[in-house]
Design a protein around this ligand. Structure first.
Ligand code: ZN
Length: 489
């Protein structure tokens, strides 16, 4: 097996061969959700991207410690250093404990991730459970001279840091540009520069979530949590830090600065970012009226949607694009994905039925190598899927007798399909529960229509018409045929 992996590193801005710091162990940290609302499309893409990476690493026999955090404190509105805490605000509006909000939406997030067949991380730490670690990290940065206390809050001193290190390594932003691009805003006057960011914030009297610290009763800044938890669970240096491209600046840039100021340079070897999702070409946003939760998608309950889309359709659709490309959601594209997935699943079933011949031309090892090559090239799932579609054509040709395959190659073909479709891409067959429901439903409709047929035979047209009209009302169209009936929903 070829277990090399080339991955694009956002830090070096090029593809690099993945070499773990301490093989066979791999440390992977991914920024998880801020749990103050339902999981939406924007949550699905990073979860599926890093699930693909997690699954592939495990397949390559690496021992992966995958840490994906839950942000439950310190993430203020507009990702800024001022404004209300997102969870605190929801708790205030709904008159609940902040931790009730956190529990409720964390449970719902898990439920949606299970539906998408996203495997659970090894550790899922919460920011509020790591206040001590965040305070300790802040103390170190202060002691090293890269932060200052101001009115009970502690801010990272970007200018001081930039004298020794390079602020902007990841995003390519230059401090000179930040000077000219930022203006002093209200409430930022306790900072030396508007681009300095909070490590600790003093809580206002009405702020609910607060902890004691050497500086004030308050709460940690958003960026500190990931530095603190990554360091706690993965050590001074670890392999991969991932997240959505929207987190690259300022969140990850600030994380690098904090790590460097407290722990040392090069704490993270590879930075990996998935690109964003647009809807009909537009950015998704509550204010734009095109905000789609995963629950909406699975139920079809959103004006943007023509119908419901199964979790596997969403998963397949996301995997049909490379994770570093933008991905546009539209009904047409989702319906195409739905059909494509159904064809692949059908081909897999056909694979079980086709018979091998004494000789055959098809070389399944070549297909297998191509699938590995696609995955090893920066997780190129669209190319991998294209290879599976090539195999689908071969399977269909063999089924109708236009092509032959020998026994050895048939076994390899089945193994390859199984491995890449289900284990690595993480696709699943249609939900068994829902197909069982479909079976019951179609049995009941057939039963009712047979009763109608009997009524017709007995010339009881009133009953026959009643049954047809009532079925039409609930959405079942009945078509009479010479030899019986046909129906559709
Ligand atoms: Zn983070």
């Amino acid at each position: 097996m070829n277990n090399s992996l080339i991955i694009y590193n956002s830090l070096s801005r090029k593809k690099e061969e993945f070499k773990p710091i301490n093989p066979p162990f791999v440390g992977l940290y991914v920024c998880g959700p801020t749990v103050y609302g339902d999981a939406h499309l924007g949550h699905a893409r990073p979860a599926i991207t890093f699930d693909l990476l997690f699954r592939y690493f495990k397949h390559l026999d690496f021992k992966v410690r995958y840490v994906r955090n839950i942000t439950d404190v310190g993430h203020l509105e507009n990702d800024a250093d001022s404004g209300e805490d997102k969870i605190g605000k929801k708790a205030r509006l709904e008159q609940l404990e902040p931790m009730e909000i956190v529990q409720f939406y964390t449970d719902r997030y898990h439920r949606e991730m299970d539906k998408l067949n996203v495997q659970k991380p090894s550790i899922e730490p919460r920011a509020s459970g790591h206040i001590i670690e965040q305070i300790e990290l802040t103390k170190k940065i202060l002691a090293n001279g890269f932060a200052y206390e101001s009115n009970g809050s502690v801010y990272f001193d970007v200018e001081e840091y930039n004298k020794k290190y390079n602020y902007g390594r990841l995003s390519g932003r230059v401090l000179e540009d930040l000077y000219s691009n930022t203006r002093d805003l209200d409430g930022q006057s306790e900072k030396k520069n508007s681009f300095d960011f909070a490590l600790w914030k003093k809580a206002s009297p009405e702020h609910i979530m607060r902890w004691a610290s050497p500086w004030s009763d308050g709460f940690p800044g958003w960026h500190v949590e990931c530095s603190a938890m990554g360091h706690k669970y993965l050590g001074d240096e670890f392999d991969i830090h991932g997240g959505g491209m929207d987190l690259l600046f300022p969140h990850h840039e600030c994380e690098i600065a904090q790590n460097t100021a407290a722990i040392g340079e090069n704490t993270v070897k590879y930075w990996v970012h998935n690109n964003m999702i647009t809807i009909n070409g537009q950015k998704m946003g509550k204010s734009l009226g095109n905000f789609i939760t995963l629950e909406d998608l699975f139920n079809g309950t959103n004006a943007v949607l023509e119908k419901a889309y199964s979790p596997m359709t969403i998963r397949f659709f996301i995997l049909q694009a490379h994770y570093r490309s933008t991905l546009d959601f539209s009904n047409e594209a989702l319906q195409a994905a739905e059909k494509g997935l159904a064809r692949l699943l059908k081909a897999f079933d056909t694979l079980d039925k086709i018979k091998s011949s004494a000789t055959g031309k098809f070389d399944a090892s070549e297909l297998k190598n191509k699938c590995y090559a696609a995955m090893s090239d920066d997780l190129n799932s669209p190319i991998l899927i294209a290879h599976l579609f090539d195999a689908l054509r071969v399977i269909n040709n063999i089924e109708v007798g236009n092509e032959t395959i020998d026994e050895e190659n048939l076994t390899i073909l089945q193994e390859t399909f199984n491995l890449f479709m289900f284990d690595i891409l993480g696709l699943q067959k249609e939900d068994q529960a829902s197909s069982a429901n479909d079976e019951v439903l179609s049995g009941v409709v057939d039963l009712v229509l047979n009763l109608r047929l009997q009524a017709k035979t007995n010339k009881d047209y009133a009953t026959s018409d009643f049954i047809r009209d009532e079925l039409t009302k609930i959405g079942v169209t009945v078509k009479d045929k010479k030899d019986g009936f046909d129906w559709e929903i």
